[in-house]
Design a protein around this ligand. Structure first.
Ligand SMILES: [Zn+2]
Ligand SMILES: [Zn+2]
Length: 664
């Protein structure tokens, strides 16, 4: 038997067969020189029609690349991230072709795919691209696409490549940095570009194209270099996809948290105070406070203790923690005092302060875990070009906490943190999320601090906890921090966009650096493990995401005002006051609009303010001791007439739908 098998293997080798392993683990044999497209065809014609790119042994290949060795093959369609990347990058070739046609003499540089579409950086030299030309460019691109030109890669020598790009200093620089023998050109139609690959089979599948915008961009992102023009575009395999995408963009604009923050009077920025330093207006501050109280209440149940630490700390503190090495030079510079040599830093992280709280007294294993929580404001200097509303700021408040526990407690603690995070997401209406588990790079274990044994414990704790809680997980090897593995929650908002929210990180480094200890059952000193966690991430970022996710229609328990009383005329002011009083007794947040305006105008203004309930009071209501209730965004549905008690239970019902009690 065994002998036969060997003979069989030799025969295969002789015939020039290769073994292709597919993602489902199945292994198929093919003749040497088989292409990914051939493999797709062998599976099904339907798949072959949809395959647009591939990767072989982890490297991007064309669907027409000849495979000459055994290996793992992944076939990508438009539905894969890699498929879209190939699609968009290929479209950038077509755009470059059209730009060259329309603006002779321009110099092409680089044209990669990005998260949404692609761009090409171009030196337009004497000419200039204008928005008025976009349509013409799109039309010509589609014309070329319809001609179904194949993309083909061909190797060229360095000398040949340099000769072809003589006069284009950008491509010349790129080629200079490549090794002879590794350089390829990509041809389609009559156009050629320096490119290492990753294309769709042919231009025919590009059915919809949109040039989005142009912007300035320095060559290789360095402001000392020449400024180029970056032309942004996007393309799709169906016209409908483009229409949907443009609608989504419009909706995203309407939901932009910077716009809503202004309209709802939540926060503002002042050039005098400084860029990236948000000012919370009364309504925004109340919103923040409500979120903080909500989390504090759950945390208290989960055994956290609230602590408070200063906004600055001695430079030495951050030298000890390692944060000075990480943030020092690129962030806010030390604050000097009249005392010579004394230096303080704005805190970039709360962790060092919490380590020192742990160090205030000795601990026994019986005292652990200790869980210290703080809404701690930290400061990091972001480049002004990177600042963006509340999502990228220079001062922000983390819903931070640090758990100090024994290695044996890690499992349990991790599960508890996940419970808390899930409770937070559920109460705020985020239902669609994945948990990204970042583990060590198994090949380079020496890069990480902490013993192998502890790492295994921590990694298993995360994996088991995520599994136990039924999370939808993605595992990323090599993405762990040098000090420990972590779990990040990625949420999808109402528009399908992904955001990174809460994070849970295991840390072996800081306990070491701050010499944290506890006395074990063996009477000896041991190092505790530290967990950093923040379900919101930061208050600023979280509120920004929540604004965009809900378009300002927060869950009712969180709304700054839950109802507005609209009096039909001054005559009913007294009754409106009475209604307000009764609502307050039911702990409903409400206010009165007594302005001398028409009811139509009052309703319109309340709609803009995203007021969840409008309570109209007039003659009939006063006589019957009722209110006429109208819901936000439901014009034409007719109002319902109810008593205050009935309305109070309506709101209570609604609140209990999202805001559950946190169970430990
Ligand atoms: Zn290319
Ligand atoms: Zn921390």
């Amino acid at each position: 038997m065994y002998f036969d098998y060997l003979l069989y293997l030799q025969t295969i080798n002789f015939l020039g067969m290769i073994k292709i392993t597919l993602p489902d683990g199945s292994v198929k044999e093919f003749a040497k020189g088989t292409t990914p497209m051939d493999v797709a065809k062998s599976i099904s014609e339907g798949l072959a029609r949809n395959v647009i790119s591939a990767s072989f042994n982890g490297t991007t290949v064309e669907s027409s690349t000849a495979l000459n060795a055994d290996g793992n093959l992944v076939l990508f369609t438009w539905n894969d991230k890699e498929g879209k990347k190939a699609f968009w990058h290929s479209t950038s070739h077509v755009m470059a072709q059209v730009l060259e046609e329309m603006y002779p003499g321009i110099k092409l540089t680089l044209g990669p795919a990005i998260d949404n579409g692609f761009y090409y950086d171009v030196d337009f030299c004497e000419t200039k691209i204008s928005e008025a030309d976009f349509k013409k460019i799109e039309d010509r691109m589609l014309e070329i696409s319809r001609e179904k030109h194949e993309f083909t890669l061909r190797p060229v020598s360095k000398a040949e490549a340099l000769a072809i790009y003589k006069g284009n200093e950008f491509k010349t620089e790129l080629i200079e940095n490549l090794e002879d023998g590794t350089i390829t050109f990509c041809d389609h139609s009559n156009f050629t570009d320096l490119c290492r690959g990753g294309h769709i089979p042919n231009t025919g599948i590009i059915k919809a194209v949109k040039i989005m915008s142009v912007a300035g961009a320095y060559w290789r992102g360095d402001e000392k270099n020449k400024q180029l023009t970056r032309v942004y575009g996007i393309s799709f395999p169906k016209q409908k996809d483009l229409t949907d995408y443009l609608e989504l963009l419009e909706e995203a604009k309407r939901r932009d948290h910077r716009k809503l923050g202004k309209e709802l009077e939540l926060f503002a920025f002042s050039q005098k105070v400084g860029q990236g330093l948000p000012l919370w207006l009364p309504k925004g501050a109340a919103l923040r406070d409500r979120l903080e109280q909500f989390l504090k209440k759950a945390q208290k149940k989960a055994g956290y203790e609230q602590v408070v630490t200063p906004h600055i700390g001695q430079k030495e503190l951050y030298v000890t923690s390692g944060h000075y090495a990480k943030y020092g030079a690129d962030s806010f510079q030390p604050i000097n005092t009249p005392a010579e040599g004394e230096e303080f830093l704005l805190k970039p992280m709360n962790c060092p302060h919490h380590c020192e709280i742990y160090n205030v007294r000795p601990w026994s294993y019986k005292d652990l875990p200790k869980r210290y929580a703080e809404f701690g404001t930290v400061y990091r200097y972001e480049q002004s070009g990177e600042l963006h509303g509340l999502t990228r700021v220079r001062g922000f408040t983390q819903d931070d906490a640090h758990i100090f526990c024994t290695p044996e407690q890690l499992d349990e603690e991790f599960k508890k943190v996940i419970d808390l995070v899930l409770y937070v997401f559920g109460s705020l209406g985020f239902e669609n999320f994945t948990a990204q588990i970042s583990l060590r790079d198994q090949e380079n274990r020496e890069k990480y601090i902490g013993s192998d044994e502890n790492w295994e414990k921590a990694e298993n704790a995360i994996i088991n906890a995520a599994k136990d809680k039924g999370l939808n997980t993605v595992v990323e090897y090599g993405e762990a921090a040098f000090y420990g593995p972590k779990l990040d929650f990625m949420v999808k908002d109402a528009l399908g966009r992904s955001w990174q929210l809460g994070t849970i990180q295991v840390d072996y480094n800081l306990p070491e650096r701050f010499d944290l200890t506890y006395k074990g059952a063996d009477d000896k000193l041991h190092r505790p493990v530290m967990i950093h966690r923040a379900p919101f991430g930061s208050m600023e970022r979280f509120i920004a995401i929540l604004l965009e996710h809900t378009a300002g229609n927060f869950p009712i328990w969180l709304m700054p005002e839950q109802a507005i009383i609209l009096s039909l005329s001054e005559k009913y002011e007294k009754y409106a006051e009475k209604v307000l009083n009764l609502l307050e007794n039911h702990e409903i947040r409400a206010l009165i609009d007594n302005r001398n305006e028409t009811i139509g105008k009052k309703i319109r203004d309340a709609e803009v303010q995203k007021m969840p309930f409008m309570l109209i009071v007039g003659d009939e209501e006063e006589r019957n001791n009722t209110i006429s209730v109208r819901r936000h965004g439901q014009e034409g549905k007719g109002n319902i007439s109810v008593t205050i008690e009935e309305f109070a239970s309506m709101i209570q019902d609604e609140i209990s739908k999202t805001l559950k009690t946190f169970e430990v």
